[in-house]
Design a protein around this ligand. Structure first.
Ligand SMILES: NC(=O)c1ccc[n+]([C@@H]2O[C@H](COP(=O)([O-])OP(=O)(O)OC[C@H]3O[C@@H](n4cnc5c(N)ncnc54)[C@H](OP(=O)(O)O)[C@@H]3O)[C@@H](O)[C@H]2O)c1
Length: 238
């Protein structure tokens, strides 16, 4: 499944970078991008790549970005994220709020992606289309929050959205053709969503989700810099 129509909107021959390429959606992005003629090279980064990139270790983020020296980086997709682990499940009540859980969510969903912006945005070319897309989540929308719960995840994704928006304003001054966006993938069948993918939800496979988001990315123009969009390209409320 491919996302880009021909001809692609990106200048041909650049490098695409997927961060979190071991994840369900990240792996699907990496394999779809390898089939896209618009990109001469796809760099798949993760905690187990060479070089390794760990969001909690800024030196590793800087070294992974430096490994792209000389590359024409046209597309960076941040497909990392944290919702639950063996110790922490999303909170249903404020009684379950716990500092360590919140700190991990903010470290992985907001601070880590901010460090990615710090080290990867300056690598985008000065002219021609280039995109930095951070995978966010609709539950990070404050305006759309009618259910409550999931405090750490919601708040850390809301922080990510604000960081994307803030970086986009600076990016517009430095790289007028570039676009920095937050993307909501919808519910996708990965380890991230597995405990919550109940019957009745529209759960899509990672390949389908990646193809849909690549179509959104291909259609992006600089007028959408700083936007928060879903996998259909529709704007989401902040
Ligand atoms: N799946 C859904 O239904 C859904 C819905 C809404 C939003 N999203 C968002 O989409 C994104 C991707 O989700 P997914 O479903 O593909 O999740 P996933 O399969 O759990 O993948 C998460 C990725 O994050 C990486 N990661 C975790 N901690 C890291 C760290 N310290 N440093 C670097 N990378 C780290 C993981 O790497 P390791 O392999 O090294 O652990 C993995 O590549 C996330 O931002 C998520 O919030 C997903």
């Amino acid at each position: 499944m491919s996302g880009f129509p021909a001809p692609p909107s990106f200048p041909v021959g650049g490098t695409a970078v997927v961060i979190g390429a071991t994840g369900g959606i990240g792996a699907a992005f990496a394999s779809a991008l390898c089939r896209e003629p618009a990109f001469a090279r796809v760099v798949a980064l993760s905690r187990s790549s060479v070089p390794a990139l760990d969001l909690t270790d800024e030196a590793s983020v800087a070294a992974a970005a430096a490994s792209l020296d000389g590359a024409e980086v046209r597309l960076v997709i941040d497909a990392t994220g944290f919702l639950h682990d063996a110790e922490h499940m999303p909170e249903r009540s404020w009684r379950q709020l716990e500092a360590a859980h919140m700190a991990k969510a903010f470290a992985l969903n907001a601070i880590g992606p901010a460090l990615l912006m710090k080290h990867f945005l300056p690598r985008l070319p000065r002219s021609g289309k280039a995109v930095f897309a951070a995978l966010s989540a609709k539950v990070g929308s404050i305006g759309d929050n009618s259910m409550g719960g999931w405090y750490s995840y919601r708040a850390s994704k809301a922080a990510l959205n604000q960081l994307v928006r803030t970086a986009a304003i600076k990016l517009a001054r430095l790289r007028p053709d570039a676009v920095c966006v937050a993307l909501h993938p919808g519910t996708v069948d990965t380890p991230h969503s597995a405990p919550f993918a109940k019957a009745g939800l529209d759960v899509r496979g990672p390949a389908e989700a990646a193809a849909q988001m690549l179509a959104v990315i291909d259609a992006l123009t600089s007028a959408q810099n700083g936007a928060f969009l879903d996998y259909r390209g529709h704007s989401l409320p902040w």
